[in-house]
Design a protein around this ligand. Structure first.
Ligand code: SAH
Length: 488
């Protein structure tokens, strides 16, 4: 019998790049992923297409999966021989229940491994400009839960020893009880002017931090910050005014959906990240090569035009020709390329390429490209050879809806008509509606053609930038330095 295994993986606090390489490898190989609410949803796109994804947060019926049910899921799938990843926010051992879950597996002789992660108390603190230890200000730190309660509803903490013996104290799950936490620390010996920081959604671009003192912090955060947030108490918090490297970046607070395909688009996404935005290269469509319909080739001599939509189309065509040991000189057709990249690919293969004359001039054409490319062209008078079909994986759909649900995104950037087309295809394939998107997202489009396409699915661009805009110009528009009327 195949033996399954469970990997407990710490996903880190938010910034997707804070996942370990070992964790990422486990995620990529997993057959089943059981994930928590605070895990960055975009990590789910790293899973295999066939992976089963199980969410432990609020279900559509508003119930949260109970701890016993989570443990049962781990056991059931591991016993079926599956590789299971239990993906947890931060580090699995810091208020992450890995002890209980691993114990159950040990009791049932199910193999497991534990892959640590970066905990919020250390990473979110540093992203807010506060090193948790410092030679002059902090020689010790403690992580404390603000959640376990005594019978009177207050956090169950030995306040006196904590206040007297630890330099920096980090409370997890404590925002609701911040008033109690501050007053207990003061009454047990901490000075009322001890610096305090509260940081929400740490390490995401939307990270928000408020600083004060034990005396003032409860009033300052009231109504301003909810979970997930950490509370950091100690002299070291003072360093934030000097070391705050993260929040000052130009695109701080921007969560961007930006479907990308070309190298330029991917570079632009990376550049916007460097300026401080979280950029999710979504929605994503995966393409699968399709089998050749033999009739297309049987008729090959009768076509007058063969039109290639991508370098991949050129390669696929030439491969088929080679396998059939066909002499291309016997063909009557002229070759056309729909864009410069494809033209170059044809020329490199030694073929003459005709100037593009437009679809209406075709007499008997064969068009070759992926489903998305051919959707966009929609030639009427042509036979289509679809070399790859589009599909959306479970991980991609789940990631996108979780990103929207958690409010991680506030902007949509569409860089070309092709990307607009991809977005439309995504909505068609998944049956989702754009209603929610129009209200929640600021839409930035490059070029009127892209914005016209978007309008087809009811998404009206807030800004239409020039098609040739540089990444700097996009960044300026994002930062709010370009004011244009909606749909202009
Ligand atoms: N295992 C996790 C903690 C789980 S308990 C870890 O090691 O980080 C959940 C609590 O962690 C939240 O209530 C909040 O206090 C804290 N937390 C998790 N992610 C956070 C983030 N990105 N920013 C601030 N606090 C976070």
């Amino acid at each position: 019998m195949k033996r399954g295994i469970v990997y407990f993986v710490g996903a880190g606090p938010g910034d997707k790049e804070l996942l370990t390489i070992k964790g990422l490898n486990a995620l990529r190989e997993a057959d089943v992923v059981v994930y928590d609410r605070l895990v960055n949803p975009v990590l789910l796109t790293e899973t295999k297409e066939s992976a089963k994804l199980i969410y432990c947060g609020k279900q559509p019926c508003k119930h949260t999966l109970r701890q016993e049910d989570i443990q049962k899921e781990l056991l059931i799938h591991a016993r079926k021989g599956k590789k299971v990843v239990r993906l947890k926010g931060g580090d699995p051992a810091v208020f992450g229940r890995v002890g209980e879950e691993a114990e159950l597996l040990a009791d049932n002789h199910v193999p497991y491994e534990i892959i640590p992660g970066i905990t919020a108390g250390i990473a979110a603190t540093m992203y807010a400009g506060v090193p948790i230890t410092h030679r002059e200000h902090s020689g010790s730190f403690a992580v404390v839960t603000g959640h376990t309660k005594t019978s009177d509803g207050k956090p169950d903490v030995k306040w006196k020893s904590l206040a007297e013996s630890v330099s920096t104290i980090v409370f997890y799950m404590g925002v609701k009880h911040i008033r109690t936490i501050a007053s207990e620390l003061i009454s047990n010996g901490k000075r009322a002017d001890t610096p305090v920081m509260v940081s929400q959604w740490g390490t995401y671009s939307r990270q928000q931090t408020i600083t004060g003192t034990l005396a003032t912090i409860a009033n300052l955060v009231e109504g301003q910050i909810q979970n997930p947030a950490i509370i950091v108490v100690g002299e070291v918090v003072k360093l934030r005014s000097k070391l705050n490297w993260f929040d000052n970046r130009m695109l701080h607070g921007k969560g961007i959906l930006m479907p990308t395909s070309t190298i330029e688009e991917k570079e632009a996404a990376q550049h916007l990240r460097k300026l401080g935005a979280d950029v999710y290269e979504h929605p994503k469509l995966t393409e699968y090569s399709t089998c050749l319909d033999n009739e297309v080739f049987e008729d090959i001599e009768h076509y007058e035009e063969i039109v290639f939509y991508s370098p991949k189309a050129v390669q696929t065509f030439l491969k088929e020709v080679g396998e059939r040991e066909m002499d291309l000189r016997t063909l009557n057709a002229c070759f056309y390329a729909s864009n410069d990249e494809t033209k170059t690919a044809l020329r490199h293969a030694g073929h003459l390429v005709q100037e593009w004359v437009g679809i209406h001039e075709w007499k008997r054409a064969l068009v070759i490209g992926s489903e998305i490319e051919l959707d966009q062209s929609s030639p009427l008078q042509a036979t289509k050879w679809v070399i790859a079909e589009k599909c959306v994986t479970n991980g991609e759909v789940t990631a996108l809806s979780r990103l929207m649900e958690e409010g991680h995104v506030n902007t949509l950037i569409i860089t070309s008509e092709n990307e607009a087309q991809k977005l439309i295809a995504f909505f068609k394939l998944t049956g989702q509606s754009t209603a929610e998107w129009s209200n929640k997202l600021r839409v930035i489009c490059m070029g009127p053609a892209a914005s016209k396409r978007l309008a087809e699915i009811g998404l009206i661009a807030d800004h239409v930038l020039d098609e040739e805009s540089t990444t700097e110009e996009i960044a300026l528009a994002l930062a709010g330095n370009v004011v244009l009327a909606k749909g202009s």
